[in-house]
Every structure is written in C-alpha cells, then in structure tokens.
Design a protein around this ligand. Structure first.
Ligand SMILES: Nc1nc2c(ncn2[C@@H]2O[C@H](COP(=O)(O)OP(=O)(O)O)[C@@H](O)[C@H]2O)c(=O)[nH]1
Ligand SMILES: [Mg+2]
Length: 457
C-alpha cells in the first residue's frame, strides 16, 4: 500500500472509531415479566431487520440506512451469554414452548452497521457502527437497593411490619415457629448451623410468597440466588420477634447482613448497573390483573421500590456510591398480544398509573422516560368477524387452534368492586418454525427507535 493510501486508510479508521458508538441496554423486570421473550424478539428484529416489512417505526431501517446487524462475541467473559439460539429453538420447536425464565444476569452483544443521516459526517463517511450490549437481569435484585441504607436492626423492623400483615402472616408461620424454637436453644457452638436451618425456612417462606404472587421479597438473592446458590452468604434472615436476638446469633446475623450489602448488593451496582446507559423496565400488567387485587397492589409497591434504583439525584446514596449513568428509561407492558389492538392504549394507561409514584422521582431527576405496550413474541392473530366482533386466535396448551372473544381490559385502575368479576387473558403458546424468522412482534420497532434510535442518526 502506498504511503498516502495507508495514511488515508488510517485516518478513515480513526474517524470511524470516533463515530463508532457503544450502548449498554439493560432489560429488567420481575420474574415472569417477559425479559427473555422480549430480548429474543428484539434480536430477531435486529438480525433480520432488512428482510422485515414490520419495522415501520425503526427509522434507520425505514429510511434504508441500515446496512446490517450481527451478533458479536462479548468482551465480558465473566457474564453468561444470553442464550438467543436456545430461545429461538424453543419458540420454533415442534411442540412450541416458551424459553425458560431468567434466573441470573446474562448479556449479548449485537453490532449494527448503518449509513449516517446527511450532514457533515454523512459526507465524510459512508458507514458507522453501533455496538449494543443487551443485559438481562432479574428485577428482584433491584429490590435490595434499600437495604444499603439500613442496619440489620432497621431492616428487621421493616420486615416485622410487613410480616404482621395478611397474607404474609399466615405464610410465615412455619418459619417463625422454627425461628422461635431454635432461638430458645441458641449457643455459640451451634449458631452457624442453626442459622442455616432457620435461613432455609425463611427461604421457603419467601418462595411461598413468590408462588402466591407477592413481589416485595427481600433479600432478592434468597429468591433468585444466581451464582450464590448454596453459599453461606445467604444464610441469614430478619429478626421479626419482639424479644431480643440471642447473643449467640446477634453478631453473626449482623455480620451476614453487612456481608450481603458489601459483597452481593454493591458489586451488582458496581460491576453492572453503573455502566448501563438505557434501561427497559418490563411489567406484566395483564398477569397482575389476572392475579387479582392483592397481586396488583403488590406489583405497584414493588415497582415503586425498584424505581428507587433510578433515583440518583446529587445527594442520593446511589449517586455517591456508584455514579450511575442511565439517561433514558422505558416502561414496557408486555404480552400485549393477549388483548386486541384497540385495547393497547388502555394497557399503556394502566402501566402509567402503576408506575406513577415511582416515576415522580425520575421526573425530578429529569431522566426522560416513555411508556410502551409490546409483545416480544406475538402468538395471537387478531380478527374482526363479519358481524364486527373482535376475536383473538392462537394455539392453546393442547396444541389446538382456538378462538377467544376480546378479553376485558379495564380503562383505569380497578376499584374495589371491579375486582369482583376478575380478569382473564388467553395464554397462547408459540407456534413457529425457523422459516417464520423474524418472529412476529408488537411495537418492538417503536421501542427500539426510542431506546437506540438517537444513536443511529
Ligand atoms: N403471549 C405472550 N406471552 C409472553 C410474552 N412474553 C412472555 N410471555 C409469557 O410469560 C412467560 C415468562 O416470560 P419470560 O420472558 O421467560 O420472563 P422473564 O422471567 O422476565 O424472562 C413466558 O413463559 C410466556 O408464557 C409475549 O410476548 N406474549
Ligand atoms: Mg428471562
């Protein structure tokens, strides 16, 4: 290569690199919110973008500036890779199943090549690159943030109030009985072992809570331990009884609580959260409606708690400890394919109401946010019959094609009486083959445009 050519090519590389961008797009939500399905859907849409006719609101594609997308190896070898291929394999298998739910953090890197919009850069260069790291992590982990500002004693007091209320009281009975019995015979020698036994009863209680649809569960890693499963770091519990903690236990419990804060909660914020640029918070609003009033209220509480992690004004603990840099948040109601299109705005309205309290903080910090109703993978066909009736068609558990009438979506937060009738939504199964890629979705193009579109100009 001639000198001058070499120089030109080096300059070009430099300019390229200058314009190359990188974004960490984090996806969270409580277990079952639809993270795995949504990330799979997003990757499908990106990887097949140029073959898709179904991305009208993804500007870079719509304006024919997208050159291509591909999966890329992640430089972060500590974190498991998000198993996109496995998810697609499940969705397109003969017996059509949903991929397994998120239990830990995972990550995947996708690279987009595109032509910039006109402008100075447009004249100098013909292509640029955007690298997007998509990170999937359990929303349950964010429920731990408030623990950072509490002592063991303060945390225990908070838990006591919670446990004193229905329906937790009744579920906590077995654990409390064990706690009481063993605390009566506590000695230094058997403390470690006793704590392990009581902690395991406490975990059983939390998991019972989870099964019954309760969401506000702490510590989060006792519910979804990730890589900490089986380690002694999780052998602790709050002290909810009126009588003092046995001497033999007190020090250990306090130490374990502090250890958890230092070595579990903080590293998550330090190693992951701190680096996120954009955050999607997925919410299964329809599932909560189906669950009934207590589920719905619990979801609202948990969301408000989760959103504390995005309250990082100048003086907040979060800001001081980790200097997070999320500059955009999207709240996303998932599984929108379970209702008819004319009800989608109602769903967004419910999401709005559910997240209102927590969001006030975001407004205060001026972190822009938007609300969406989407389906990561759409499993239904909406039809309007000749007589004007709206129906949804999809595959049921037995594999048969079924047709259901338009499910009822309330136009506002249900009041006491509204809960009497109950809410039911179809649970269709995926029914695709590999030839169906990109798998159908609802509104992922709008979502993508909102969260990465500004980096693709
Ligand atoms: N109809 C429909 N169901 C969905 C969709 N996304 C998730 N689901 C259902 O919700 C369940 C949990 O979803 P998943 O993505 O595993 O949630 P995660 O725990 O947040 O990762 C799935 O097994 C499906 O039954 C969707 O887009 N449409
Ligand atoms: Mg998942």
């Amino acid at each position: 290569m001639s000198r001058i050519k070499q120089f030109k090519s080096q300059t070009r590389d430099l300019i390229h690199r200058g314009f190359d961008r990188h974004i960490k797009l984090a996806v969270t939500g409580l277990s079952g919110a639809g993270k795995t399905a949504l990330i799979t859907g997003v990757l499908e849409q990106l990887l097949y973008a140029n073959e898709s006719q179904n991305l009208p609101y993804f500007n870079v594609r719509q304006h024919q500036r997208l050159i291509g997308c591909r999966l890329h190896t992640s430089p972060n070898w500590d974190t498991p890779r998000f198993d996109y291929e496995k998810a697609v394999e499940c969705l397109t298998s003969a017996q059509g199943k949903w991929p397994a739910s998120t239990r830990d953090v995972s990550e995947i890197r996708v690279e987009l090549k595109y032509h910039p919009e006109r402008g100075i850069a447009g004249r100098v260069l013909d292509e640029r690159r955007l690298t997007v790291d998509i990170i999937d992590y359990p929303g349950e982990w964010l429920l731990d943030l408030p623990l950072l500002s509490l002592t063991y004693r303060q945390w225990s007091e908070k838990q006591r109030t919670l446990i004193d209320s229905t329906p937790r009281q009744e579920m906590a009975e077995v654990w409390l009985k064990k706690l009481y019995e063993l605390s009566e015979v506590a000695t230094e020698d058997n403390a470690e072992n006793q704590l392990k036994i009581v902690a395991s009863a406490y975990r059983a209680y939390l998991s019972e809570c989870k099964t019954r649809g309760l969401k506000l569960l702490q510590p989060g890693r006792l519910v979804l331990p990730g890589e900490l499963e089986g380690t002694p770091s999780l052998d602790f519990f709050p002290w909810p009884l009126k009588q003092p903690i046995p001497n033999a236990w007190q020090g250990l419990l306090e130490q374990k609580f502090e250890y958890y804060k230092e070595h579990v909660i903080k590293p998550f914020y330090q190693n992951y959260f701190r680096h996120f640029n954009r955050q999607l918070i997925l919410v299964d609003v329809l599932g909560a409606l189906e669950g009934g009033e207590s589920h719905f209220d619990e979801l609202k509480l948990a969301l408000t708690e989760i959103m504390q992690s995005f309250n990082y004004g100048q003086n907040s603990l979060l800001k001081r400890l980790f200097s997070p840099q999320i500059d955009k948040v999207a709240f996303v109601a998932t599984k929108t394919d379970s209702i008819i299109p004319s009800d989608h705005t109602k769903l967004t309205g419910l999401l709005n109401a559910l997240t209102l309290e927590g969001r006030q903080q975001l407004q205060f910090e001026r972190i822009p946010f938007e609300l969406f109703s989407v389906a990561g993978v759409s499993t239904s066909q909406w039809k309007q019959l000749k007589n004007g009736t709206n129906v949804l068609e999809g595959i049921d558990e037995s594999g048969a094609l079924v047709r259901v009438g338009a499910p009822h979506v309330p136009g506002r937060l249900p009041a006491k009486d509204d809960w009497q009738q109950g809410y039911v939504y179809p649970h269709f199964l995926p029914n695709f083959t590999l030839a169906d890629s990109p798998l159908p979705h609802i509104r992922l193009d709008k979502l993508l445009n909102a969260v990465i579109g500004d980096k693709l100009r």
